[in-house]
Design a protein around this ligand. Structure first.
Ligand code: ATP
Ligand code: MG
Length: 195
């Protein structure tokens, strides 16, 4: 059993709405260990490096639009001038750069067993209108794909949470220096036999 690390980013909409404390409290409540915290004004280069530049990622993001548009009987070409998933994904990535630079973002590194599964569960579905009540995205937003795309912006879904253990390691290394991460004992380690 190895511990995993996850990077959480409270995106500009979460920071602007004063939700930092409420959101971080949810990760503490479940027993994850916070090992790093800071504000950062994200550079364009960091945002570009943060979200993958792979065809697979662009296709996943573009397909999210196409699936949602099909469900609602809408035509993605009206906004994107194309219905190619990869091309749409590239446009969304451009919007993410603008979004991430609206205000400082608040970064947090958490650690624990099955940490990735826990942070994704607490964050909820990427599309806030589909995110279950009780999740961060479900409780604090009701944004939709078609509204976001029509307004030429990404989903304002409050939080980023690492998706896989490998992504967690990579993202933590991108945003945090080793000396910005702290090791200490949390009560749960002794009394809950976890973390
Ligand atoms: P994150 O990586 O931010 O935690 P995620 O892993 O749930 O979110 P990704 O597929 O990695 O989702 O997409 C990254 C971010 O890009 C989303 O959180 C959302 O803000 C935005 N996004 C993704 N797909 C779309 C889309 N089709 N239209 C608008 N915005 C999108
Ligand atoms: Mg992601």
């Amino acid at each position: 059993m190895t511990k995993q690390k996850a990077l959480l980013i409270i995106k500009p909409d979460g920071v602007q709405r004063g939700l930092i404390g409420k959101i971080i409290a949810r990760f503490e409540r479940v027993g994850l260990k916070i090992i790093g915290l800071k504000f950062e004004m994200a550079s364009k280069e960091k945002v570009v490096a943060h979200y993958p530049e792979t065809e697979a990622w662009f296709a996943k993001v573009g397909q999210r639009t196409l699936t949602n548009y099909e469900k609602k009987g809408l035509d993605a070409r009206k906004v994107f001038k194309t219905n190619d998933a990869v091309a749409i994904g590239k446009i969304v990535k451009g919007w993410l750069i603008t979004y991430f630079q609206e205000s400082p973002v608040f970064m947090c590194v958490v650690e624990g067993y099955d940490c990735i599964e826990i942070v994704r569960k607490l964050s909820g579905n990427t599309i806030p209108v589909l995110a279950a009540p009780g999740t961060i995205r479900g409780d604090f937003s009701h944004d939709t794909i078609d509204l976001a795309n029509e307004q030429n912006r990404p989903l304002r879904n409050i939080i980023h949470a690492s998706d896989t253990p490998e992504d967690g390691e990579k993202e933590v290394a991108l945003w945090f220096k080793p000396e910005e991460l702290f090791n200490y004992q949390l009560a749960g380690e002794r009394f809950m036999y976890i973390i």
